[in-house]
Design a protein around this ligand. Structure first.
Ligand code: NDP
Length: 331
């Protein structure tokens, strides 16, 4: 079986040289184990953080070990009860063509007509769940509010804009990094207004898109976007700090927002979160999301890169903004 390992820790942007492709001989299955042929693996921004040897919410990747992460595939051999050949499963064993081990590492999912298995990595998986938790549990979105979402055309962001609307937001504003993405935001994902953050200062573009201010900010980006949101917040505004992709590959710490004192004068509440700590909300998410998808109330995109050997390229492209919606690698 083929695996992609982290070979060295990148400084700044990762390159091919930081990874290695390794072929391993898989042992026979023991009692209680299954073997899975992966169909899609996930590439996610958090993986960049795990390449650094620093303390974070998830342990750093070990050198010369597999790049772990979300993946879906089908059981090809089973010595475990409850797992049959052909069953689709979700797991966290990451960048490899074949995953095997104790059945406890795998969760059987349902084949849903019309949906690719990769949906369990995106719209029915970690990224859309993150959008759901961030808006509802962290920011406490209320009916009639104005919401601003950065990284709005990505996996988390494209779900967040639609969830905000479905959960009662009055006005949803998004930012993204190209004209094509900005058009998608308003034409496909139901955003009321959108702008390209590369067109000019975020602060001014946000002011123009939200002349009456924002009540909720869903931050995927950090940096200039966070400062702009602090500028546009209405009194009592709340921010869900989800990610800071603008600084993940930076080699120097960015300046903090210069207007943090708005938090005091406007009584703002900014709260960071990592979705893994909110698993108790997963059933509610699945119930809502399954219904929205079945009723055609939510749409999603995936950017699919072919071949395990293109995983590194897919991850780097994701951080450069080559994706619309969820970036996945198809095996
Ligand atoms: P996306 O699908 O949004 O892909 C990343 C996107 O980031 C790119 O498409 C690109 O879009 C955008 N981007 C890259 N550089 C910049 C920049 N300098 N400024 C603004 N945008 C930039 O990824 P995800 O949906 O998986 O993740 C989105 C965010 O959510 C990330 O910050 C991630 O770390 C975070 N996250 C947090 C979780 C949590 O538990 N807290 C869980 C999952 C994700 P563009 O073309 O618009 O620039």
């Amino acid at each position: 079986s083929t695996q992609i390992h982290l070979a060295s820790r990148p400084i700044g942007w990762p390159t091919d040289a930081n990874f290695s492709t390794v072929t391993v001989e898989l042992p026979e299955l023991s009692e209680g184990e299954i073997r899975v042929a992966n169909e899609f693996i996930s590439v996610d921004p958090y993986m960049r953080g795990r390449m650094n040897d620093t303390k974070s919410y998830s342990a750093p990747y070990a050198l010369n070990e597999v790049m772990t992460g979300g993946a879906v595939g089908r059981v090809v051999e089973s010595r475990a009860e409850g797992f049959n050949v052909g069953d689709p499963v979700l797991h966290q064993l990451g960048w490899r063509d074949v995953a095997q081990g104790d059945a406890s590492h795998f969760r059987v999912v349902k084949d849903i007509p019309g949906l690719p298995l990769s949906a369990y990595l995106g719209i029915l998986g970690m990224t859309a769940f993150t959008a759901y938790v961030g808006l509802l549990e962290i920011a406490g979105l209320r009916n009639g509010e104005t919401v601003f979402i950065s990284g709005a055309a990505g996996a988390v962001g494209s779900a967040a804009g639609q969830i905000a609307r479905l959960k009662g937001a009055k006005r949803v504003i998004g930012s993204a990094g190209s004209a094509a993405k900005v058009e998608l935001l308003t034409e496909k994902y139901g955003y009321d207004a959108a702008f390209n953050y590369k067109d000019g200062p975020v602060r001014e573009q946000l002011r123009a898109a939200a002349p009456e201010g924002i009540d909720v900010y869903f931050d995927n980006v950090g940096g200039e976007h966070l400062e702009a949101a602090l500028d546009s917040f209405n009194p009592g505004g709340r921010g869900a700090l989800c990610g800071a992709i603008s600084v993940y590959n930076a080699t120097e710490a960015p300046a903090g927002p210069r207007n943090m004192s708005n938090m005091i004068t406007r009584g703002l509440n900014l709260k960071g979160f990592t979705v893994g700590n909110y698993a108790e909300h997963y059933p509610a998410f699945m119930a809502d999301m399954s219904e929205w998808i079945a009723q055609g109330k939510i749409v999603f995109d995936e950017t699919v890169v072919e071949g395990l050997d293109h995983s590194v390229e897919a991850l780097i492209d994701l951080m450069r903004g080559a994706n619309t919606g969820k970036m996945v690698v198809k095996l």
